[in-house]
Design a protein around this ligand. Sequence first.
Ligand SMILES: Cc1cc2nc3c(=O)[nH]c(=O)nc-3n(C[C@H](O)[C@H](O)[C@H](O)COP(=O)(O)O)c2cc1C
Length: 230
Amino acid sequence: MFYDSQARLKSGAALPLPFNPFKALVAPRPIGWISTLSPDGHVNLAPYSYFQAVADSPDIVMFSATPELEIQSRSQGVGFGARRKHSELNAQSSGEFVCNIVAADQAKLMNATSAHLPAQVSESEQAGIVMAPSNKLKTPRVAACPAAIECIFLESRPVPKRGGDHIYHMVFGEVVGIHIDDQFIEAGRVNTRAMQVLTRMGYDEYAVLEKTFSMSRPDNDPILDGMLKS
Ligand SMILES: Cc1cc2nc3c(=O)[nH]c(=O)nc-3n(C[C@H](O)[C@H](O)[C@H](O)COP(=O)(O)O)c2cc1C
C-alpha cells in the first residue's frame, strides 16, 4: 500500500489508513523525560519522544515541542494555540534542562507527567516522583532513573517546513554531565540493555530495549574503531 502523507494534511482527503503510520515506522524513539525549573522555582517534568542525540563533539541533544493545545472555538474544537509548552519556556528562561532516561517500570509515572497542568503545579510533586540534585545545574533530575543527562540550553528554533515556520520548535542543549546508576556500568561500559529503557512507537505503543548485539564497522581501522567506541 501507499500512504499519501501530503493528502493527510488536506481536509476531506480519502486515506487508506485511519491513523498516520509515520510514528509507527520511525520507531522506536527514545523518550527524553525533560525536567526544567520555572522562573518561580517549580520543578516541571514532561516526556518528549521527538528527542534525540544530534552530535557528540560536544554532545548535543534536542527535543521538539508543539505549542500548547487550546480550545479555539466551538466549531473548530481543540487546536494549537500561541503559548509554548512549559519545558521549552523553562529551558529558555533558566538556560538549562535535564533529560532523564526512563526505565520500563517508570512507564506509568512518565505517562502521568504528560498531563497538562498549570505552570505553578509541579508534575513531579503531583505524581509523587522523588527528584535528586544535579551536579552542574540548578534543575533537579529524577532520582530513580537509570541515567540523567544535564544540559545547558543552546537555542530553540522552529522546525523548518515548506511554506512557513512549522508549529514545532526544536530545543537544543549541550550536554555538560551524565548521571549513570552504577549498577549499569560493567567493565567501563554502560549496559544499556540492563537498564530496560522505555521507548516510544506509534499510536499508544511502547517498547522496552531488551535485545542487543555487537558488530564492528567494515573498515577495521583500530584508531577509528577506538574513536567510534568512545
Ligand atoms: C511518551 C510521550 C511522548 C511525548 N512526546 C512529545 C513530543 O515529542 N513533543 C511534544 O510537544 N509533546 C510530547 N508529548 C506530550 C507532552 O508530554 C505534554 O504535552 C506535556 O503536557 C508537556 O508538558 P510541559 O508543558 O510541562 O512541557 C508526549 C507525551 C508522551 C506521553
